[in-house]
Design a protein around this ligand. Sequence first.
Ligand SMILES: NC(=O)c1ccc[n+]([C@@H]2O[C@H](COP(=O)([O-])OP(=O)(O)OC[C@H]3O[C@@H](n4cnc5c(N)ncnc54)[C@H](O)[C@@H]3O)[C@@H](O)[C@H]2O)c1
Length: 284
Amino acid sequence: MSNGPHGIADIADWNRLLEGRVAVVTGGGDGIGGAISALFAAHGAVVEVAEIDPVRAERISREVTAVGGVIRSHVVDVTIDDDVTRLADAVLGTHGRVDVVVNNVGDYRPLVGFEESTPQTWQRMYDVNLRHVFAVTRAFVGAMIAAGSGNVVNVHSVEGMRGFPRDPVYGAMKAAVAHFTTCLAVDLGRHGIRVNGIGTDLTQTPQVDYLTGYEDVEHLWQSWAPVGRVGWPEDQARVALFLASELSGFVTGHNIPVDGGTKAGGGWLFSPRAGRFVNRSKHL
Ligand SMILES: NC(=O)c1ccc[n+]([C@@H]2O[C@H](COP(=O)([O-])OP(=O)(O)OC[C@H]3O[C@@H](n4cnc5c(N)ncnc54)[C@H](O)[C@@H]3O)[C@@H](O)[C@H]2O)c1
């Protein structure tokens, strides 16, 4: 090859990796989505938050604006098609384009075993974890294709990347998001659009309270994650920034577990008592 590397986008400012990019973040008012909104804005993105909770929507706008970020919140329910249309009209009507879409909304509740599940719980898992990923992506993909560039980041779960016995229907919905990510990336690659996913686990957010029912919390957290700590929304946001920016310009169709090593560790948990990783142990 002559002329050295080409086709690699310039990074003008490594502290402003999303300068001027229009970024939609669903569920961007709190938890992982909130951290993504804040980090993207700190890196120069114009953040458009889709948030069902008006209090969270207002709060993230206030917090990001207070530190000089550019953000607008839309109070929408992404499981309702008319709301998704309203969101897309507002974003595309204002900017005429969208550069990044982060599909982050999802929920494991109500957590039911398969034998207790019903058509109603299946529908709920579908609506809150999968259907809106199709709807929101579909609403913005035309503008990305027209622009010849774009970036989609889907936040799903490690439970979609391994066996999840507690709620197989939830696991199946997350796996569907992960595989939609892979398929769409191939479909859209020649349009300059990259699509990647994040397999989240063990991250402390309003939705997840690992404290409930456990007395010796530190002991358990150290045991659950090979890295020896719980995850935070900021851990997820940093990977979302990597995927949404030119740092990952040659990465598409992949799902990255952001889990402190839980997927890699499989059935191995750290035993403070034994001072080593163990499996098939009666006592941690
Ligand atoms: N926290 C974890 O450890 C963990 C583990 C696995 C997967 N995940 C996934 O990560 C994503 C984010 O989870 P989180 O823990 O930050 O959740 P969270 O509940 O703490 O935050 C979700 C945000 O989305 C908003 N929201 C909920 N439903 C909405 C809707 N229909 N329309 C618009 N906004 C809506 C909520 O108000 C909230 O601000 C989800 O897809 C979740 O399934 C999280």
